[in-house]
Design a protein around this ligand. Structure first.
Ligand SMILES: NC(=O)c1ccc[n+]([C@@H]2O[C@H](COP(=O)([O-])OP(=O)(O)OC[C@H]3O[C@@H](n4cnc5c(N)ncnc54)[C@H](OP(=O)(O)O)[C@@H]3O)[C@@H](O)[C@H]2O)c1
Length: 296
């Protein structure tokens, strides 16, 4: 199968490209600017520069390669940046998705969209796929609008919602665990939230789940996350304990004490029954993912 990935230079894009290549799939990795992936020698790998906010660029690349499947992992993915640059966030997360859908549809390609727990308001104990989105920030709003566009796509589609993705950074971008490690190793204090509750997702589990969706042509909405329910403060404490670092540098803060430009949903725990049943999805425990993330 020929699979085109957007945002391939990003955190998920990197792991997903590697996993699909290991399965002997053909991967057209696309991204902004130069390739930052280490797969040049692989016979099934090609990289194309493609800004998906530019319809002409999308048309050129998709029509040239005629992929069977498109995984749209590219996004403006930082909530605070989206809140502060709403016009750009709309262009990237909504109009960009619309561009991809319009050209993919002409190719009859299977469209897999990566979305977020931030489409929910965080007021419920947990969320199933069919629960109604009600985002509390602009990032979540743009992802909700893009999800709605995907549901109108005529060929086969799937949307994956995931939560706080962590793992070893491969192309530079840090995640909560690696930021905490760096701060504590430098002896610097770090503020961590106690009033946000998440099911953090190990990046390789997410890539495996997306690959199962592609291989089974599984359609509709899927929640793919970890199962352990933790606050960022608890995650950070586990990092410190695991590495024997000074956890008194971790300062517990609440959203009321430490305002961020984008409001965060309080509790986003995603239910995984559908993914377990249809994809045989079995995520690692947080402890297992943490050890893999921090291993040399
Ligand atoms: N990471 C998380 O905790 C998390 C949680 C929930 C959902 N998600 C979702 O999961 C997906 C993957 O996240 P991630 O962590 O892999 O994000 P990421 O590391 O920020 O990767 C996103 C990629 O998209 C690229 N991109 C942005 N605008 C583009 C454009 N106009 N044209 C082409 N490429 C563009 C970025 O390019 P540059 O490298 O040039 O900036 C980046 O490489 C995203 O849809 C995100 O919303 C992530």
């Amino acid at each position: 199968m020929k699979i085109l990935i957007t945002g391939a230079n990003g955190f998920l894009g990197h792991y997903l490209t590697g996993l699909l290549l290991s399965q002997e799939q053909w991967v057209i990795a696309t991204g902004r600017g130069q390739c930052r992936l280490p797969f040049h020698d692989h016979s099934h790998f090609v990289y194309e520069e493609m800004d998906f906010t530019d319809l002409r660029s999308v048309r050129n690349v998709l029509l040239k390669h005629q992929p069977d499947c498109i995984v749209h992992a590219g996004a403006m993915s930082k909530p605070d940046e989206c809140e502060l640059n709403q016009e750009l966030a709309y262009r990237v997360n909504v109009s960009g998705t619309e561009n991809l859908l319009s050209v993919s549809s002409a190719l009859n390609a299977f469209f897999v969209f990566i979305s977020t727990d931030f489409v929910f308001d965080g007021k419920e104990d947990s969320y199933r796929e069919e629960d109604t989105p009600d985002p509390v920030n602009y990032y979540g709003y743009t992802k909700m609008l893009a999800e709605q566009l995907v549901t109108q796509y005529k060929p086969l589609w799937a949307t994956v919602r995931t939560v706080l993705v962590y793992g070893k950074p491969q192309t530079g971008k840090q995640n909560l665990l690696t930021v905490v490690k760096d701060k504590l190793e430098k002896g610097e204090p770090y503020n961590v939230f106690t009033d946000q509750v998440r099911t953090p997702t190990y990046v390789e589990d997410l890539a495996q789940g997306v690959s199962a969706i592609i291989n089974k042509k599984a359609t509709g909405l899927f929640h793919l996350s970890g199962e352990d329910v933790l606050t960022p403060f608890q995650m950070a404490t586990e990092v410190a304990d695991c590495l024997g670092l000074n956890k008194s540098l971790l300062h517990p803060v609440t959203s009321a004490e430490f305002a961020q430009p984008a409001k965060r949903p309080g509790r986003t725990v995603l239910e995984l029954e559908k993914a377990k049943k249809e994809l045989d999805y079995r995520p690692l425990s947080f402890k297992e993912g943490l050890l893999k993330t921090l291993a040399d």
